[in-house]
Design a protein around this ligand. Structure first.
Ligand code: ZN
Length: 77
């Protein structure tokens, strides 16, 4: 694990209060439900690339934002 994953801030969402860790690379966000060091051996993981069209501007041409929300909901549950 990257040693920089010790710095984090709260990321409150409608699904849960996540932690957003500093990955040391501004292009990469690590978001975790709870303490990343306390994860079990087989955590539920979502690898996601950003889609500014749907996630920021609400475009309905793709379902990237819906997929991300569904994944966050599943992780929260
Ligand atoms: Zn998209």
């Amino acid at each position: 694990m990257n040693e920089s994953l010790t710095n984090w801030c709260l990321l409150p969402t409608p699904m849960a209060e996540f932690r957003m860790y500093d990955s040391g690379d501004e292009r990469v966000r690590v978001v975790c439900l709870g303490d990343i060091k306390a994860l079990g051996p087989d955590p539920l993981v979502r690898v996601h690339s950003s889609c500014i069209a749907s996630e920021v501007f609400g475009s309905i041409d793709c379902d990237c934002a819906d997929q991300l929300r569904q994944a966050m909901k599943m992780i929260a549950e």
